[in-house]
Structures are given as C-alpha cells and as structure tokens.
Design a protein around this ligand. Structure first.
Ligand SMILES: Cc1ncc(C[n+]2csc(CCOP(=O)(O)OP(=O)(O)O)c2C)c(N)n1
Ligand SMILES: [Mg+2]
Length: 807
C-alpha cells in the first residue's frame, strides 16, 4: 500500500494519551523515518544505475521533520527546500511512490502531482487548484508552496504566506474567504539549510517577519555544511541562532528562538509543540535551530562527502545519525526491542522497494505504448528506406527507452526518408505530429495557469467620457482607479515603500490608506525581495495583492524572486498553483543613473510567465490594472515616471474600463514608415512625427502596450505590409527589449517579408543615463535622434528626395 494514510504521523498530546498509544505513535514515527531513509538509499542507487538523472535526498534530517509534521495542521503552509521528504511523507503531501515518480521525471500529474515531472526530486508542492483552475478548499489541505532550487529563495514567499494569516485575522471583511483561512490560525512553516542562511534573502525575511509579527516558523536544518563548505565559512560564530539572539522578544516584539539537537526525538517533539503554539496563537514568528544533523550519503548524487569530511566527522555522523539515535533511545526506554525494530525495518524496506518498483513500472509503461507504436510505424517504412533496420533494432533493444530516443529515431528516419513518398511515411508523419501535441502538454504547457479567470479572457470595455469629464493629473487617474477597485473587491491589498501613509512617492494611493485601512494599504521596509515574496505568499492564499517596487531600477533587487518563483509558478507545478500578484513600478525616464533606467530586456527575458505591461499614460495603466485585477495571472506594470503630472481626461467608468493584454494600438496612422515604441518614448515619437510630416514623411506609430504578450493580432506586421519600413524605439540598452521586439515582428509575425529597407532600432546607449538634462539628451533617444533615425531609413529608399542632412 502506498497511499498517504499509511504515512501520516500523529501528534503526541502526552497528557491525554495512554502509554500504549504513545508507544505506538513513537514506533510508527520510527517506521516512517526508516522508510524515508530507505527511499533516500534506494533513490541514490536509482541514479547511480542510470534510471534517474540526479538525486538529492533528506537522509540525516528525518527525525526533526517528523516532529515538525506533528505541529503542522490542515490549512497550514510549508515553504521549504529539497531536504524535506520525511516531512512531506509525514504530512501526506507526497507518497513514497510519488517521490520515486518525481525522481524518474514522470510527466503526469496523476503519477507526480507536485510538478507533473517538471521538477527535480525533492521539490515539493501540493496542488491548490482543481483541474479547471478554481481554488480548492485550502483549509482542508496540508499545503506546500512549490519549491525552487535557488537556496534561500523560499524565504521571500514564506513571509507572504505568514502575512496572509495576519490579514485574515485582522480584516474581518475577508471572513467570506473561508476556503483559505480559519481566522488566520494558519502557520507558515519555513525550512532552510544552515548554509543557505548566509543568503541575503534569509536575513531580509527574518527581519521583515519580525517587523510584521506574523505566524512564521522557520526551521534551520543544521548539518554543519553547505555541500563541502563548513559552517566556519558560512556563518559568523558558526551558529545562526546565536547570532540572531537580538531578535528574541522581550519587552519589545520579536521572535521566540529555540535551539534543539536534531537526533533527540523527545526534545524535538516538545520544542515543536511549544514553538508552534506560540506562533499560531499569538502570531509571533519563531525560529527553531535544529543542530547536530548529518548527511549520511553526502550532498547529492553528484559527489561524495568523503572528499571533504574528516574521518572523525564521518564517525561522529555515523553515531549521531538521527535514526540510529532514536532507535537507541527506544530500546533504552523500553519502548521497543531490537527484534521488534529489526522486523519493522524489514517490512519498511520491502514497502519502499515495492513503491519504487511500481513507480518505475508506471513510468516506463506509459512510454512503452508509444515506443511500440513507433517501432511498428518505422518497420512499415523500413522496407522503403535502406539502413533503417539499424535504427529500428537499436530502439527495439533499448529496454528502458525514454521519449528522447523514440522521437529522435523517428526524426532521423524521416530525414533518411526525405526522398521517399509513401503511405507508410505519411502514417509515421501523421502519428509524430499528433504526438507533438501530447509532448507539448507534457513538457511545455502551462507557462500561465490559463484558467477561465485568465486576464486574457477579461472582456474589453472602452473608456467612456462625458461632457463633465475633467482633465486631471495622471496620478489622479490612477488614484481613482485604485479607489474603485479597492471598493469593489476586498481581496485587493497594496503595499510597498512609502505606499501607505503618503500614498506612494507619486501619490497614486494618496488618501486611500485612510479610507481602506492600514491592513489593506501599507508601508513596508526597504526590502524588495520580500516585498515580492509578501505578494507571492498572499496571492497563493487567495488574496489579490499589488506589490510596489518604488522604481524600475530597483526591480533588480527583486528580480531573482520574481523570475525564480513567481514567473515559474504555474509552469513548475504544471498548473497546480497560482499566484495572481501584480507588481507595480515606474520608470523609463527621470533623472540620473538609478532613476531613469529602462531595463526592459531584463524584464522580458527573466519574467516569462508574467504579463509585462508598458502603458504609455496613466489612463492606459488604469485600464490594465482593471484587467489584471479581474484576472488570476501574475503581471508587472511599468508606469511612466514622468507622466504623473501630465493632464489626462478622467474616464467616467474609471474602475470598469479595461485595456486588453497583447493588443497593440495604432496611435497615429501613416504610410511611409512604421515606428514601434512604448512607454515614455511614445510621446516623443508622436511629437517627432509632427515634424517629420513637415518633411513629407508620414509615420505610422504602433504602441504594443504590453511586451508579454506581444501584439497577438500582428498589428505591427500589418502596418509593415503598408509602410515596408520599420524603426523600433525604446530606452533600454542596444539589443535589449528592442531586440525582442524585432524578433517578434520579423520572425514570429514574419514582418521580414514586407520590408524594403533594413529594419533599425533606436535605443539608449549601452551605459546607464547620466544625471542632468544634458546627460539625458546624450544618452536616451531624443527628439532629434528619432527624427534622424526615421529620416535615414527614408533616405536609404529614396536618396534623391531625402538629402543627407550633414552634407
Ligand atoms: C542561489 C543558489 N546558490 C547555489 C546553489 C547550489 N547549492 C545547492 S545546495 C547548496 C548548499 C546548501 O547547503 P545548506 O543550505 O546547508 O543545505 P543542506 O544541503 O546542507 O541541507 C548549494 C551551494 C543553489 N542551489 N542556489
Ligand atoms: Mg547544510
């Protein structure tokens, strides 16, 4: 049997249970720990014999995880890392069979629910969504947010998962969200390796949760190493709880900090019970430093720890192996006997072996049907193509062939048959093309969650104006938009540096904290990674956060979290989880090296899996927020930093009109040349087009409005078919986002076919913009630059008419 029920651990509320019950719980815990160890040992063998590619296991960390699982309740959350298999088994988050299915990369959600074969083993996740993308009742589930491999990266999201409990407890208007929380009683459990506490994001998260006072329980699994590098090179005083002592609460709010030996089962159970009680009931963050852990098989299947651990250390590790210590303790305290445990271990070994075999057979049988079909089709073709038999035989002989071998053989056969035309060949091609869909679903689908709530499906509603519509500052347009949305949907929250009290540095949120309360609209510390993580965690728990990064240039401080965690979430869980977080920021053009950058190439390259909105003014921005806030996918909106004080007409349906994503707009019609630009540069391009008209050049201007998705109706290519000339203008570095735009227009939209002059880009310089008006002029595309760039393209096609300006 490999279902979850056989694995779960029970809590020991020692005063309420008999000795017999207590004994049975301890024995069951030991059995589970032992099974987990067997899974690690067998898992490593599976890699070393070539059945799996890579393995990383939780051996040496079993006992504290069993103790932690006892304190973990339905509705709680985990944000952890790759060592947590025993915890995952003990909470029923994964079965041992599923653990092996992940090791083999079985691309099936049924076989491997954490990621459908996408993530390396030890990367845990429970499914928070039903198949149709709707939320499950998360209060009935022991939840794990989806792991990522970058060490420490789980800490940012952990802050948000814990912060959600605070929101649910303090904001009574959220009571209707009873599938997400019961009065904010949920604890967010974090786990992290000792060495990974050296990461900046760890310290940022610890401080943030201390400030916020949220129910976050961080366990540090301390085995004294990070791969080969010992604690002396990782941590001041080699002791994370020692150096975090200043966070201990006293008269002032802070943390409860615990330190406990990782091989001491009884002490661990006691510490976890105590720590989690404080955390859950009082919403006080806790840190549990679990020391003296071991790593019996070394870090991963990629190396051997004998290379860097001393003989003495290895001997100590053998003796203080947490399972060995628990066994010893059980015998010494007469909870069990050698014989009883020997028998139990034998049963556990068989159970794990059985689960592994089942997982492998399921994995390989799924492929076998495809392999057999492929062989049959290839054999039909074999008569017509000489030399195919060698290819076929090698596939036949490959007992454990995976898809790469099968499809590579087919593609090679089709190359060899390039001169043949026959029904057998057609059959092979048809079947291969059919399989491409299935393989796309297996390996490439779900970059977005693609539910019925996708922002791409939000109906388009035009902005409306009446005679009374006023011209207001751009910031007031946004302010009215946020006001309307906060009024409409209590799930919406916003936070960031200076966003609460003063309503952000450009006053888009002015007055709204007073109106909606400081639990919904709040200031944060200066901590971009955990601002992003705060948003991710809230969004995973059913809220609709807008997390503000004060300036686009400071997005670099959050880009790791957004790229590794938020942008990959739907993909890495194969549609199992979603986090509809909106990142709000502003940039492109202001002053100086760090307030006028426009690193949009970085954004489009690192944030695939998010929608990237680049509104040209605040009305378009408001329409995009209206769309995104009605959708359920993550996005970033980059407002134009120099547009808050420009006058715009306030739509009467400010909270209702929507700007569709991926829909480019022609903002000026023309016939000679197409200029594609976005954000702040558009205004300059428009002005320049007026001057160009005086020279007889008719410019068509296209605003893609969103870079991801990019112009899904191919407006750019259609424009090119009219003008046959293309200039892309932006303020990123050369080859930044403008290269992406060119690739989209020339390759995806096949705009290449319409061109009769070389396509050009006009961008900022390769360095960052210097301070001052002259710095801006000589760095960013200016009115003059735009004029000359357009003129030059026109000149190349008609030099007689367009004389050289500089001659
Ligand atoms: C950001 C990042 N840097 C480096 C790595 C490579 N790496 C993977 S695990 C690891 C050591 C982690 O040690 P520790 O946090 O103590 O966890 P342990 O494996 O010892 O349980 C390193 C350096 C990574 N995955 N992510
Ligand atoms: Mg370690």
């Amino acid at each position: 049997m490999t279902n979850n029920d056989s694995l779960n651990t029970n809590s020991i509320a020692s005063s309420e249970i008999s000795f017999e019950d207590f004994k049975n719980i301890v024995i069951a815990d030991y059995k589970l720990a032992y099974e987990s160890r067997q899974a690690s040992l067998l898992g490593r063998k599976e890699v070393l014999t070539g059945k799996a590619k890579f393995g990383i296991f939780g051996d040496g960390k079993e006992i504290p995880q069993i103790a932690m699982a006892k304190a973990f309740k339905k509705g709680d959350w985990r944000s952890g890392y790759y060592r947590d298999q025993t915890f995952a088994f003990a909470t029923g988050m994964i079965t041992i069979k599923e653990f092996f299915a992940q090791l083999y990369a079985h691309p099936s959600i049924d076989a491997e629910p954490a990621s459908g074969g996408r993530q390396m083993n030890g990367h845990f996740a429970t499914r928070t969504l039903n198949e149709d993308g709707s939320w499950k009742n998360l209060t009935e589930i022991k939840n794990s947010s989806a792991d990522i491999s970058p060490t420490g990266g789980q800490m940012a999201r952990l802050v948000g998962l814990a912060y959600a409990s605070k929101m649910f407890r303090e904001n009574k208007d959220l009571a209707f969200l009873n599938q997400f929380s019961v009065n904010g009683n949920e604890v967010a459990f974090g786990t992290i390796g000792n060495a990974s506490t050296s990461e900046g994001v760890f310290f940022e998260a610890i401080n943030a949760a201390g400030v916020l006072q949220v129910p976050m329980a961080v366990s540090v699994w301390d085995d004294g190493y990070g791969i080969s590098v010992p604690a002396a090179f990782q941590t001041t005083k080699e002791d994370i709880s020692e150096i975090l002592k200043g966070f201990q609460r006293g008269e002032l709010a802070g943390y409860e900090i615990f330190k406990v030996k990782g091989w001491d089962y009884a002490a661990l159970c006691e510490v976890y019970e105590k720590a989690i009680k404080v955390c859950r009931e009082q919403h006080v963050p806790v840190l549990i430093h679990v020391t003296e852990l071991t790593q019996p098989q070394g870090h991963s299947t990629s190396g051997s720890h004998e290379r860097y651990k001393s003989k003495e250390r290895l001997e100590w590790e053998a003796e203080y192996d947490c399972i060995a210590q628990m066994r010893k303790w059980m015998i010494e305290t007469a909870l069990s006997t050698e014989q009883e445990l020997d028998e139990l271990e034998e049963i556990a070994r068989k159970f794990v072996k059985e689960a592994q075999k089942e997982a492998w057979n399921d994995f390989i049988n799924d492929i076998a049907a495809e392999k057999n079909k492929a062989i049959a089709l290839l054999q039909n073709l074999g008569n017509e193509v000489s030399g195919l038999d060698v290819l076929i035989n090698s596939l036949v002989k490959s007992a454990d062939a995976q898809r790469k071998e099968i499809y590579s053989a087919i593609r090679k056969a089709l190359r060899m048959a390039v001169q043949v035309s026959s029904p057998a060949k057609n059959d092979l091609i048809n079947w291969y093309q059919q399989q491409e869909n299935a393989n796309h679903t297996r390996y490439n689908a779900k970059l977005f969650s693609e539910t019925s709530e996708s922002p791409l499906l939000v109906p388009t509603i035009a902005a409306q104006y009446d005679d009374a519509s006023k011209m207001v500052d751009g910031r007031e347009v946004l302010n009215a938009c946020f006001d309307a949305n906060f009024n409409r949907d209590p799930r919406i929250v916003a936070f960031g540096e200076d966003l609460g009290n003063i309503g952000d540095v450009n006053q888009g949120f002015a007055g709204l904290q007073e109106k909606y309360g400081d639990i919904r609209i709040s200031d944060t510390g200066i901590r971009e990674m955990t601002i992003a993580g705060q948003g991710i965690g809230l969004a995973m728990r059913g809220l609709k956060p807008i997390a503000e990064i004060q300036y686009l240039d400071y997005l670099l401080f959050a880009i790791n979290i957004l790229s590794d965690d938020l942008a990959t979430l739907a993909y890495r869980t194969n549609g199992g989880q979603k986090a509809p977080l909106i990142i709000r920021t502003r940039g492109h053009r202001l002053e100086g090296v760090w307030h006028s950058g426009s690193p949009m190439g970085m954004v489009v390259n690192t944030l695939r899996g998010m929608h990237v909105c680049v509104p040209r003014n605040m009305t378009q921005a408001a329409g995009m927020y209206n769309t995104l806030l009605r959708g359920d996918e993550p996005a970033i909106v980059v407002e134009c930093l120099n547009g808050y004080r420009l006058k715009e007409k306030l739509p009467v349906n400010i909270g209702e009109f929507t700007v569709p994503l991926g829909k480019a707009e022609i903002i000026r019609e023309g016939s000679d040349i197409t200029v594609v630009a976005y954000g702040s540069t558009l205004r300059m391009v428009e002005e320049t087009a007026n001057e160009l008209a005086e020279y007889g050049i008719s410019v068509e201007i296209v605003d893609p409005q969103t870079l991801l998705p990019f112009d899904t109706d191919m407006i750019c290519a259609k424009s090119l078919s009219k003008t046959n000339k293309l200039l892309v203008v932006d303020e990123d570095v050369p080859g930044g986002a403008s290269a992406f735009i060119l690739q989209q227009i020339l390759e995806v939209q096949k705009g290449y076919y319409s061109l009769d002059a070389q396509p050009e880009t006009l961008t900022a310089k390769a360095h960052r913009p210097p301070y001052g008006s002259d710095g801006d002029y000589f760095t960013k595309p200016s009115h003059d630059d735009i004029f000359e760039a357009v003129y030059k393209i026109m000149q190349s096609s008609n030099p007689a008419k367009f004389k050289d300006i500089y001659r």
